[in-house]
Design a protein around this ligand. Structure first.
Ligand code: NAD
Length: 437
């Protein structure tokens, strides 16, 4: 351990990051900026080639620092996992999705652990960052790594440290978000703490990997439950003729005991719609039903149906039916100003509309093309926003409130605007054309 700690202290420890996506890539940059020698691993050779050719595949992540590290010989990016032996600290940032049956899909962690085990050598630190249920590090990874004959806490070190990335947030980034760290043994914690202390402003040590794993889930369940709460209240408030956004704004003036959450067209992104179900699944082992998680899931999943209903009602008011209506969806990214459309509720809404005969167009300044995949079958190009296209639509539906949109101009030229994000709150002219949903 002393040798590893010395290397970390002197920034001579090579940091190898497995999985160069939304989480792994910023982390790689952070450790590079902190002055560590780096290795980046991914199974996707297209991503490795893009990096080697000076191209970032995630819009909000700049390529310049990576280019700089590559040019300076500080970074090696590769699909050759035998090079894992050269890394002193290995950080895992691979996906943790759900299966079609809403159960944890741990294939990526399992295969990565097997690969690490193949190349594990004494003196290495392995840290899992992927979001997962309590017990993953010690029940799934540890036995596999110890099959090598190496012992945790003596020969190698194992820890869990959840990622708290908030893509697109201008105030918080990998470097200034406090990092929770739990180790399998005290020496494991010590090594992981020493490493992250170089990369983040504050390390928050906890007593075990399970505490660290559940901390991340608590954070995301808290969001999911509170978003479900305001979504439910939005539907009620509308029925009562009350503007929920005005209510939230007023409640937010309370200086204590209230944190505002905002309603929307449904949940999106790689984390909030997925992570809570990792805990529900694990809870079954303990004969425990996680009712809040289940209920929040039900409410949030029902939101696209609510938006559909509001669109149909609004068209009906104009003497039109949904079938054959031209609908322009604004925003397929799951939140504003990013190019990530994973689990986006926009697709659920577009599919519901299309199934009922609507003619779908979309615009997203951050996502120029839609490719059909596991989650949707749309093969469309982003429609250019002009006065003519807006005017030609039966309804324009705001699903993501990107900052690039000129809302007064959109309302001016559209005949009907369904606003699921309160994006038009400051629009004065043409308010009679706006329907909140
Ligand atoms: N995106 C976020 O904002 C965010 C925030 C907090 C936590 N997380 C969690 O972080 C983890 C990673 O998420 P992400 O958004 O970065 O995912 P991502 O899909 O953007 O990136 C994962 C990368 O891992 C690669 N990969 C898959 N299997 C691999 C393997 N066996 N070996 C090497 N590379 C492999 C993929 O090719 C991809 O490049 C997930 O557990 C997620 O829940 C994500």
């Amino acid at each position: 351990m002393n040798e590893l700690l010395r290397k970390i202290q002197e920034k001579q420890a090579t940091v190898g990051i497995i999985g160069l996506g939304y989480v792994g890539l910023p982390l790689l940059i952070r450790f590079g900026e902190a002055g560590f020698p780096l290795m980046g691993f991914d199974v996707d050779s297209a991503k490795i080639n893009a990096l080697l050719h000076g191209k970032s595949y995630i819009r909000h992540i700049p390529i310049e620092p990576i280019q700089r590290f590559l040019d300076a010989g500080q970074l090696d990016v590769t699909i050759s996992f035998e090079k894992l032996r050269e890394a002193d600290c290995i950080i895992i940032c691979v996906p943790t999705p759900l299966t079609d049956k809403m159960e944890p899909d741990l294939r990526f962690i399992e295969s990565t652990t097997k690969t690490i085990a193949k190349h594990l050598r004494p003196g290495q630190l392995v840290v899992l960052e992927s979001t997962t249920y309590p017990g993953t590090t010690e029940e799934l990874m540890l036995p596999e790594l110890e099959k090598t004959g190496l012992r945790v806490g003596k020969d190698f070190f194992l820890a869990f440290s959840p990622e708290r990335e908030d893509p697109g947030n201008p105030n918080y980034h990998t470097g200034n978000i406090p990092k929770v760290v739990g180790g399998v043994t005290p020496p494991c914690l010590e090594c992981a703490k020493a490493l992250y202390a170089h990369a983040v402003t504050r390390v928050v040590p906890v007593s075990s990997t399970r505490v660290a794993e559940l901390t991340k889930l608590l954070e995301n369940i808290y969001r999911s439950v509170n978003i479900a709460l305001v979504n439910e209240l939005k539907v009620l408030a509308l029925r009562m003729g009350i503007d929920i956004w005005e209510v939230i704004e007023a409640a937010s003036t309370k200086p204590f005991g209230f944190t505002p959450f905002y309603p929307g067209p449904g949940l999106g992104g790689h984390c909030i719609p997925i992570d809570p179900f990792y805990l529900s699944w694990k809870a079954r082992e303990y004969d425990f039903a996680t009712r809040f998680i289940q209920l929040a899931g039900e409410v949030n999943v029902s939101m696209p149906y609510y938006v559909l209903e509001r669109i149909m009602e609004a068209l009906n008011e104009q003497g039109k039916c949904l079938k054959g209506s031209k609908i322009l969806v604004l925003g397929v990214a799951y939140k504003k100003d990013i190019d990530d459309d994973r689990e986006s509720p926009s697709y659920a809404i577009m599919e519901l509309l299309e199934k009922r005969g609507a003619l779908i167009h979309y615009n997203d300044p951050h996502i120029p093309k839609l490719k059909p995949g596991r989650k949707h079958a749309f093969q469309l190009e982003s429609t250019e926003l002009t006065e003519e296209t807006l005017g030609a639509m039966d309804a324009v539906v705001i699903l993501t409130d990107h900052s690039a949109y000129d809302y007064p101009w959109i309302v001016k030229h559209a005949t009907l605007v369904i606003d699921t994000r309160n994006a038009t709150k400051n629009v004065q002219e043409g308010r009679e054309k706006i329907v909140k949903a």
